[in-house]
Design a protein around this ligand. Structure first.
Ligand code: AMP
Length: 190
């Protein structure tokens, strides 16, 4: 089974091929088609199984589709500020994991012109994050604590999120992030 047969658009299939992958892993085979069809999924898969691509590729596919729709509808174009805030939000338990997911997103999104990916994590200055949150964004990857800070100050706009990913959700629960996750989820569109 090839990546093309999973229904990935050319820009994503090319990026996967650039990475040297010819065959989807088991989790990619099983998760990508229903995720692209818009289903809610709970996936259990170990580190190293290809799980990051299993959610990043459908997320980027959604971003591509939304961008095409916005281009067709002038009223929703980002350059007139009608659309603001990411369409995809990924929460991770740690800064390190957020960085890895961002790297994978940049890599699999390399053939999407102007793709905007931002990372919001603790332990780093606020300035660059505030700048990233002010501009239009496609994918936001965040740890819960720092995202909550930006939400409390009204700097993180989540009203346009269409896809919400909890990466390593079990670990986030183990780390006591349940209340933060609930608050973030409440700030998302239904
Ligand atoms: P993880 O996302 O943590 O499960 O790790 C996946 C690792 O496998 C990373 O090093 C990816 O670059 C790599 N990988 C992702 N998808 C594939 C694939 N289809 N075939 C081979 N390796 C892959």
């Amino acid at each position: 089974m090839s990546f093309e047969s999973l229904g990935l658009p050319a820009a994503l299939a090319r990026a996967v091929a650039d990475s040297g992958y010819t065959q989807p892993t088991d989790v990619q085979l099983r998760a990508i088609p229903p995720a692209m069809a818009g289903s809610d999924l709970r996936v259990s898969s170990s580190t190293g199984s290809g799980k990051t691509a299993a959610f990043v590729l459908p997320a980027l596919n959604r971003g591509l589709a939304a961008r095409a729709a916005a281009q067709a509808d002038v009223s929703k174009r980002r350059d007139n500020k009608t659309v603001h805030g990411p369409r995809v939000l990924v929460l991770t338990p740690t800064r390190e994991l957020a960085m890895q997911v961002a790297k994978a997103t940049d890599s699999y999104g390399r053939h999407i012109p102007g793709l905007r990916v931002a990372t919001i994590v603790g332990g780093v200055p606020y300035h660059a994050q505030l700048k990233a949150l002010r501009g239009p964004l496609d994918v936001l990857i965040a740890t819960p604590g720092r995202l909550m800070d930006h939400m409390a100050n009204g700097k993180a706009v989540l009203a346009n999120v269409e896809l919400f990913v909890l990466d390593e959700a079990d670990r986030m629960l183990d780390m006591g992030f349940i209340d933060d996750i609930k608050l973030v989820a409440q700030a998302l569109p239904a």
